[in-house]
Design a protein around this ligand. Structure first.
Ligand SMILES: *Cc1c(COP(=O)(O)O)cnc(C)c1O
Length: 383
């Protein structure tokens, strides 16, 4: 195995940064960011009114091939609203993976539904269609056109697979299973802007797809999210429910339901527009970095660099390596972070967090295996 010092020096060379801290990811601003932000300030349109929100939505439609896009204040809000519009409530369960960022499980909880944690695939790091199929076969029945969990008696209303670190999961098989079982598919594509499965952009397969533009993501609005959908009626509802359900009128203020103020500000959208213009360059740059990491780790017998699986194109949001096991992994984390090269393990699995300990799980062999081995290494744009 490479000496950890060798890894540190490789990463320092790669980023041409012999001293100082190398972060896991950093925003990259090289285009019209300041210009569009100044425009907001000059015109006073900094809040919920202004041209950039629509423009940003249109750019996301254009880039992803989704038919509709609705901007929100962050990705968590986009997930929450997608669940609400799917009809998820306190009588429901939502299937997802334990290896995800807390936002996925939190959004499910906001609807008072209960998450069920199913295993991931070892190669894609995302929800396993085999695990999903087995769970449905062993535990669920279709009763009056709904999928019912025989153990809990609850309705399994939705499924949220997550494209981990930008690696697309086997979404086509997941769709088939969801369709057969009357389960709404919501793709958590927060990490996978610029990732494709069989040539189609992630987040455009399910009834809903969700993007995030948080500061650590591939591109950023400061904070922001997007709901993708091909359903015109749902798109209209999503816009309405995220903008306080105000009835359009020149001067009157009336609202027709209890809704949310999940609007993205014009300021954030302006930043988003400038970032969307840079996205192709950023993606190309990240692929180049990934290829260099790949050839570096190829000669190492013990460390595996995670590559995009068959049929998929990853955005390499966070480059990922697999270490032989817990102890080696912890040594690498300690050594690199002490040397100012930021690395980190995967999130603590959701089913191990205090809030979700009681939730139903199924065989989690792959999740446990990956949990002990995954390390993310610096992945920001390399200038
Ligand atoms: C970033 C992220 C989100 C959304 O996070 P926000 O900070 O609310 O935009 C959701 N799910 C996953 C897996 C994420 O990584």
């Amino acid at each position: 195995m490479c000496k950890f010092a060798e890894i540190v020096s490789y990463i320092r060379d790669l980023y041409n940064k012999p001293k100082g801290v190398i972060n896991l990811h950093e925003p990259y601003f090289m285009g019209n960011e300041k210009k569009y932000l100044s425009d907001c300030i000059d015109t006073t349109f900094v809040s919920s009114v202004g041209k950039y929100v629509n423009q940003f939505e249109d750019m996301c439609i254009e880039f992803t091939g989704s038919q509709y896009a609705i901007a929100t204040m962050n990705g968590t809000a986009a997930l929450h609203v997608s669940l609400v519009l799917s009809g998820v409530d306190q009588n429901c369960e939502v299937l997802t993976q334990p290896l995800t960022f807390i936002a996925t499980a939190n959004a499910i909880s906001y609807t008072d539904a209960i998450p069920v944690f199913l295993d991931v695939d070892k190669d894609t790091l995302g929800l396993s269609p085999d695990a999903l199929e087995q769970f449905l076969k062993d535990n669920c029945s279709i009763i009056n056109g709904t999928c019912v969990n025989r153990i809990t008696g609850k309705v399994i209303k939705a499924c949220i697979p997550m494209h981990t670190f930008g690696f697309p999961c086997r979404i086509d098989r997941i769709i088939d299973l969801c369709d057969k079982h009357h389960i709404v598919l919501i793709e958590d594509s927060a990490e996978s802007l610029g990732s494709y499965y069989k040539g189609k952009h992630t987040g455009t397969f399910g009834q809903f797809g969700v993007l995030s533009f948080n500061g650590n993501k591939t591109i950023t609005c400061g904070g922001g999210g997007m709901i993708l959908t091909n359903d015109k009626d749902m798109a209209k509802k999503a816009k309405h429910i995220t903008t306080t359900a105000k009835l359009p009128h020149k001067w009157e203020y009336a609202h027709d339901m209890i809704a949310y103020n999940y609007r993205l500000t014009n300021l954030s959208a302006a930043l988003g527009c400038a970032q969307m213009e840079q996205l192709p360059i950023i993606l190309e740059n990240k692929r180049k970095t990934a290829r260099r990491y790949e050839s570096f780790f190829e000669k190492d017998e013990d460390i595996t660099f995670v590559k995009e699986a068959k049929d998929s194109t990853a955005n390499y949001w966070l480059n990922t390596i697999l270490l032989p096991g817990g102890l080696e992994r912890d040594k690498l984390l300690k050594e690199t972070n002490e040397q100012g090269v930021m690395t980190r393990p995967i999130w603590k699995p959701m089913n191990k967090l205090e809030m979700f300990k009681g939730c139903q799980t199924y065989d989690l062999t792959n999740s446990r295996w990956l949990e002990d081995r995954i390390v993310n290494i610096p992945s920001g744009v390399n200038v």
